[in-house]
Write a protein that binds this ligand. Structure first.
Ligand SMILES: CC(C)(COP(=O)(O)OP(=O)(O)OC[C@H]1O[C@@H](n2cnc3c(N)ncnc32)[C@H](O)[C@@H]1OP(=O)(O)O)[C@@H](O)C(=O)NCCC(=O)NCCS
Length: 150
């Protein structure tokens, strides 16, 4: 397994990983647009092919995790933890003082991951996620202080 930077010409492969991880997949053009937008950067873990990635944005002293996806067969091997730590380092290098994210209030694996990585709960966005006929879900906003992070 290798962790490295990912680029917009690899958006097709990233979209495949995203589709394997989420019910509502992001398209390759959507991912490429975010990567090429202001402050966009991504990191991936590959075996022969990418199996996990994190997509972030760092602008004006703040950074945000836009998405994090690990294919189901590659889970619970520390890949997400490694990606979050590497993204925090990259965001710090880009001048960010804090790293934010939104996560569904009922996404227990992700909440556990981010808590273990040192993120603290910073707020709640009610009805943030549209789940179609199932209604909406609240998002928990979490923040990692990059000044104090390891
Ligand atoms: C959440 C997700 C990214 C975790 O990826 P992962 O590579 O399996 O996570 P890691 O192996 O790095 O786990 C690190 C820690 O997170 C926590 N964790 C991860 N998955 C967990 C689970 N299913 N249940 C409970 N805790 C979990 C644990 O504390 C774990 O440490 P441990 O294995 O030593 O107990 C992955 O399950 C995924 O892609 N889910 C679907 C997409 C998603 O929810 N993305 C995040 C929201 S943006």
């Amino acid at each position: 397994m290798k962790l490295r930077g990912a680029w917009s010409h690899e958006a097709d492969a990233l979209a495949r990983v995203h589709a394997a991880a989420f019910d509502h997949a992001w398209s390759a053009p959507e991912i490429a647009e975010l990567l090429d937008g202001p402050g966009g950067f991504a990191l991936l873990v590959e075996d022969a092919e990418p199996v996990a990635f994190i997509l972030c944005r760092a602008v004006a002293g703040e950074a945000e995790i836009l998405t994090l996806a690990v294919e189901p067969p590659a889970r619970r091997r520390g890949l997400a933890r490694a990606l979050v730590e590497a993204a925090a380092g990259a965001a710090r290098m880009a001048g960010a003082e804090a790293l934010f994210l939104e996560v569904a209030h009922d996404n227990a694996p992700a909440l556990a991951l981010y808590a273990a990585a040192g993120f603290a709960r910073a707020g709640l966005r009610r009805g943030y996620y549209d789940r179609g006929p199932a209604g909406t879900a609240d998002a928990v906003v979490m923040r990692l202080d990059l000044g104090r992070a390891a």
